[in-house]
Design a protein around this ligand. Structure first.
Ligand code: G6P
Length: 614
């Protein structure tokens, strides 16, 4: 979703801003723009529909000087993606320029009021309304820009991260946030601004995370000045980034997605590091230890998440119910937040989010918290909004995930949920000591088993060629692998634009069986597990109707392999851990189908990595 970059210092801002925009491309966007202010107070804005490279082409040969600037990648909400709607936006007098992430919900009312005061609008955006409101407020009461921003923001309903330039102050940048993240990078005599740390990391590892309703004034040569919208001064808390530049680069892989798929033996090990101890035959998760009684006494666990994280939640449901015998409900955050859910004090709400910024999940936990629920979050981005709002939690520690289609974050989320389920189960003694120990040892073997699975990469590339012309695809699984059928179908949809559906295998009879033909490949996840015989029958049903089956089986399998058209294998493991292996094959399958179809794997059309609007 939209990305923000800013710079205040002595260097030429343009190359820093453009590089920053490239770093943010992974978030998904459809237009881009930059505003540059030079010490004489000349402000230049360049914008383009399309990619950052299109913006560079527009700015080529033009005046790109200026030691202060703001830049933006836009993911359209109000108004189609075009040059006019792209940010930055000028105010009426062209004295001010703004970039904005988020949505101003009451923009229509504000716009009407401003039109009555003679303001006109060039774009269809809510952002232009905001900068006009700021200018109107500033001029009406002859205020300083900061005061005008504070007053204007106090009238705004919605979410925002904004950065503003003023021709009258060519050494100062003002930024503010509510509901959309904003990070200030603190360099030597210079400041950087980012909607996340990726545009900042190559210049400094010192950052300040702005809190909701805070405004920062960044002036070259001065300390950052932070206040709330109500003008209460705040002391900036400078933190050290853990992010490194190499984590943001492809490291020889053609796409971030492939790099991230291949990182999984390491990222799963990282998610378990310091947590799984095979010598002691124990698991340790600090967020669990601190709240052990609460978990043991929980009457219900509600998992809330979106997209791929929601699928991880489903796997978690199977594990928590099996090991801890606690009823689990898995909710789409967007539905949960608008229902009137009954939440008891002994319920636990687990929020799962790679980015830690997904607007619906954030709102869902705000609602659950207000109703007295205890919030435990499983997130990847350290210091992001969801973990900060939670009572406790556990990071997945997979490093930055750049590919829009989530891969390594998913497997780590599943791994953390299984560890958590084991811990609750052991504490409640619903999971026997013997089984617990066996699972601890098997968890430790998972990274190597993922490496084994990855060896099928070339074969999957060949299978992908067979599937490239499919218009529809069905994914079937049962038990722990039903969520993997959903996830496999989502991966294919996201990056290859082939329509795909995931289904519980036995449900096929209640509808999708009508679609079976040679033209629609059916992917069946059929490892040796408790429902093996059942799924074998499901495959027979498909074959009887001349369907083409790609099966995922356990190494050494004969029965399913014999009747399937294509076979991929996973090593033998505990049933609850099979998703960690089967999903890798489906990630690779989706990846190779997308590549062979010529799709933009890392930045699929219309999708955003971090969905910060509802
Ligand atoms: C977007 C991303 C998905 C992700 C979902 C939830 O749709 O493209 O990959 O699963 O948001 O994001 P979260 O950061 O909350 O896990």
């Amino acid at each position: 979703m939209c990305g923000i970059v800013g710079y205040v210092g002595k260097r030429n801002a343009y190359p820093i801003l453009i590089k920053g925009l490239h770093r943010l491309e992974y978030r998904g966007y459809d237009s881009a723009g930059v505003a540059l202010l030079n010490p004489q107070g000349t402000l230049h804005i360049y914008k383009a529909k399309g990619k950052v490279a299109d913006l560079e082409a527009v700015a080529k040969g033009k005046d790109t000087t200026g030691t202060i600037g703001i830049a933006h990648t836009r993911w359209a909400t109000h108004g189609e993606p075009n040059e006019i709607n792209a940010h930055p936006h000028y105010s009426e007098s062209e004295q001010l320029a703004i970039i904005h992430n988020g949505i101003i919900e009451n923009y229509a009312v504000l716009k009407q009021g401003l039109m009555q005061h003679g303001y006109s609008f060039k774009s269809e955006t809510d952002t232009e309304v905001l900068i006009q409101l700021i200018e109107y407020t500033k001029n009406k009461d002859r205020l300083e820009l900061k005061q005008a921003v504070q007053l204007a923001l106090s009238q705004v309903i919605g979410a925002y991260a904004i950065a503003i330039l003023d021709k009258a102050h060519p050494d100062t940048l003002i930024a503010a946030r509510k509901g959309s993240p904003l990070v200030v990078g603190v360099g030597k005599d210079e400041y950087f601004l980012g909607s996340d740390a990726s545009p900042i990391v190559e210049y400094t590892d010192k950052v300040i995370y702005l809190e909701d309703e805070e405004i920062v004034v960044l002036t070259q040569g001065k300390e950052p000045e932070i206040t709330t919208i109500d003008n209460v001064p705040k002391t900036p808390e400078v933190k050290t980034l853990e992010l490194t530049i190499s984590q943001l680069e492809k490291g020889g892989y053609p796409h971030f997605m492939l790099k991230e798929i291949f990182e999984q033996p390491h990222t799963i090990a990282d998610a378990m590091r310091g947590r799984v101890n095979t010598e002691m035959e124990k698991i340790r998760i600090a967020g669990f230890i601190d709240n052990k009684e609460r978990f043991m006494n929980a009457k219900r666990i509600i998992i809330t998440a979106c997209g791929t994280s929601w699928h991880a939640g489903l796997v978690g449901m199977y594990a928590i119910e099996e090991f801890a015998e606690i009823p689990v409900e898995v909710e789409y955050s967007s539905e949960f937040r608008y229902r009137k859910p009954v939440i008891h004090p002994d319920d636990i709400v687990i929020a799962i989010s790679q980015s830690g910024e997904t607007a619906d999940t954030l709102a869902a936990i705000q609602m659950a918290k207000a109703k007295g629920a205890f919030i435990f979050s499983i997130c990847n981005v350290i210091g992001s909004s969801i973990p900060r709002l939670s009572d406790s939690g556990c990071y997945t520690h997979v490093g930055p995930e750049i590919g829009v289609a989530s891969t390594k974050a998913f497997t780590a989320q599943v791994c953390v949920l299984i560890m958590l389920a084991m811990l609750i189960g052991r504490a409640k003694e619903t999971l026997s000591a013997e089984r617990y120990r066996a699972l601890v040892h098997e968890l430790e073997r998972i990274p190597d088993k993922i490496s084994t699975v990855l060896k099928q990469n070339e074969r999957i590339q060949d299978i992908a060629k067979e599937f490239r012309y499919a218009l529809n695809c069905l994914y079937l699984g049962r038990g722990y692998n039903y969520p993997i059928a959903l996830e496999g179908a989502l991966k294919l949809k996201e990056i290859s634009y082939i329509h795909a559906e995931g289904y519980p295998a036995a449900e096929m009879k209640h509808g999708p069986i009508a679609l079976i033909s040679q033209a629609m490949p059916v992917v069946v996840i059929a490892p040796r597990c408790s429902t093996y015989e059942k799924i074998l029958s499901n495959i027979q049903e498909i074959k009887a109707r001349k369907g083409r089956v790609l099966a995922i089986v356990t190494e050494g399998d004969e029965e399913v392999s014999k009747i399937s058209d294509f076979v991929m294998t996973i090593p033998e493991t505990e049933e609850c851990l099979t998703p960690l292996l089967s999903v890798i094959l489906l990630q690779l399958l989706a990846y190779h189908i997308a590549v062979v179809k010529g799709c933009d794997v890392d930045q699929p059309r219309n999708l955003a990595k971090s969905v910060t609007v509802e």
